[in-house]
Ligand binder design. Structure first.
Ligand SMILES: Cc1cc2nc3c(=O)[nH]c(=O)nc-3n(C[C@H](O)[C@H](O)[C@H](O)COP(=O)(O)O)c2cc1C
Length: 520
């Protein structure tokens, strides 16, 4: 199994959606929280100080480093990344607990763990965060930062005060999305990382993202059943502290957890692509990340086109750097727009969202692995049409003028959101080039980069008072629509932007999957 095979075998087309025959078995819908049943809950403080910094200022860059990481800051990071922010009760009794970050199908398969040493109020150990009861449970006692540093081939993790680890539970998403769920692990952990990096940065915790690590060892450290749940990304947080003692051998942890559902369906394709994109040893991680290796070759924020000759370019106004709405309030208000009105965005609003989506980041991989194509339906000063965004010059290059509302709705799996939005960002990547450079793990990076960019676009939208929604899409049709410019690329993810048609708070009724509809 290669990334290319996985990607092609999980592509959506009108034919694949209509003939899939997949129906949702509500009796076995997975429970949305992981609950360790034999570990005592350590309640987190219920009073959280929202990061008061302006949301756009937070996206612009991190605050100066703070001297310590306390329980209050850690709690804020966990809440604004993965906490329950809204509850919706449906007629008939169903209830969904919505979270700080958007997640495909509101299935919330991304789990959060944290390794801590020097966080005042917490003993050293590896903890699992449960948003359901807003508590930590200690999965491993003791300072395990040395082991984590060894498995991530990065000594700094042995000194940083804490490291957050995100995992994905396959079945919780595959219940609805089948084998395509593997893509969603990275889209959804990406939207969560958008929040996490913004909040941790605003609190001066100098977050650093690590995407390379020895998968099997990190999964063993976490004590997860690697056939069903896998580590996706690590984020180091907080100041340097006294380094961890030399890594000690880790005993197996096997804590009981509540079952996800009474039966599970295995999707071998998911396990196959995860294995293919895993790194087997710390040396392999180091080689993957070596200076002058793939990372240098990609060199972040590259222009999407080199040649200006004949291109019709719309310069966007400078992005807003301040908007008056705090980061905490922005995340608290976020919720995917369920129906867009046709009201226009300003060019400055759109430009600010595009700027936010393409911010760099402190990571073991370069940013800018994906290209942003757009369908513009209603943006003041920008004629309707298809465009590609150039981050280096903050401009849109026109590919085709015209009204593409219907086409965009079609491309987004025939969902009206894709046609009603003011603008729709289509994230595309040179997948073959990425997998040549990064191996099959490049596939994870492309999906993560797009999820993170989409998550940042969500934040920029809600900071500015309009709405956003992630969307899925017909793979080949998207590439064809933006070709010849996009020829040879692959569609990775979509985010729609616009003003909600609903008054006040967005409604979320259409999040529920109606029987007989394609699984969007
Ligand atoms: C990666 C991603 C893809 C999504 N795709 C769709 C989609 O195709 N159609 C849709 O209506 N909503 C889509 N959504 C929105 C989710 O349904 C929504 O995030 C989820 O129900 C949680 O609700 P909230 O974002 O309002 O908190 C997507 C969200 C994400 C993050």
């Amino acid at each position: 199994m290669t990334a290319r095979e996985y990607h092609d075998r999980t592509a959506h087309s009108p034919a694949s959606v209509r003939t899939s025959g997949h129906t949702l078995e509500w009796d076995i819908k997975p429970f949305p929280f992981k609950v360790y049943s034999d570990l005592p809950a350590i309640p987190l403080p219920r009073e959280i100080d929202p990061p008061a910094i302006d949301a756009l200022a937070a996206l612009a860059g991190p605050a100066p480093a703070a001297p310590k990481l306390g329980l209050g800051e850690l709690t804020a990071v966990l809440y604004y990344a993965a906490g329950v922010t809204r509850k919706k009760t449906y007629p008939g009794g169903g209830e969904v607990l919505f979270r700080a970050a958007a997640s495909t199908g509101a299935l919330f398969q991304t789990e959060v763990y944290v390794v801590v040493s020097a966080v005042s109020g917490l003993e050293a150990g590896l903890y699992h965060f449960c948003p359901g009861d807003f508590a930590l449970r200690r999965v491993r006692p003791g300072d395990v930062r040395g082991a984590l540093a060894a498995f991530a081939a990065d000594d700094s993790l042995a000194r940083r005060a804490a490291t957050v680890l995100l995992t994905g539970i396959y079945w919780r998403n595959a219940w609805k999305y089948q084998a395509r769920a593997y893509r969603h692990l990275f889209w959804d952990s990406g939207t969560m990382l958008a929040n996490l990096l913004a909040v941790a940065g605003a609190l001066g915790l100098a977050p650093r993202l690590l995407t390379g690590f020895v998968d099997a060892e990190v999964n063993r450290l976490l004590g997860v059943d690697a056939a069903r749940e896998a580590a996706l990304e690590l984020v180091a947080l907080g100041p340097d502290t006294a380094p961890a003692p030399v890594a000690v051998p880790l005993e197996a942890v096997e804590h009981a957890t509540l079952p996800l559902s009474s039966s599970e369906v295995d999707y071998p394709l998911i396990r196959a692509i995860h294995t293919a994109s895993s790194l087997p040893t710390a040396d392999a991680v180091r080689a993957w990340r070596r200076p002058g290796g793939p990372h240098a070759a990609m060199g972040g924020d590259r222009p999407t086109v080199a040649n200006d000759a004949g291109a019709r370019v719309v310069a966007l106004p400078a992005p807003r750097k301040q908007v008056g709405r705090g980061l905490g309030e922005t995340i608290q208000r976020r919720g995917s727009t369920r129906r867009f009105g046709h009201a226009a965005l300003t060019a400055e609003e759109l430009g600010t969202a595009l700027w936010a989506a393409t911010r760099g980041l402190e990571a073991d991989v370069p940013a800018g692995l994906i290209d942003l194509y757009l369908v513009v339906n209603a943006v003041e000063g920008v004629p309707a049409g298809a465009y590609v965004y150039r981050p280096t010059t903050h401009a849109l290059e026109l590919l085709a003028a015209g009204d593409f509302r219907n086409r965009s709705a079609y491309l987004c799996l025939e969902q009206p959101l894709g046609g009603d939005a003011a603008a729709v960002i289509y994230f595309l990547a040179r997948l073959d080039e990425l997998t040549d450079l990064f191996g099959d793990r490049g596939y994870r990076l492309a999906n993560l980069d797009a999820g993170l960019a989409g998550g940042r676009a969500y934040l920029a939208a809600y900071a500015q008072g309009f709405g956003a929604s992630g969307l899925t899409f017909y793979d080949a049709d998207v590439v064809q629509f933006f070709s010849p410019h996009a020829a040879g690329k692959d569609a990775i993810f979509v985010t729609a932007l616009g003003r909600s048609a609903a008054d006040g708070r967005v409604t979320i009724d259409s999040n529920l999957t109606l029987r007989g509809r394609p699984s969007a």
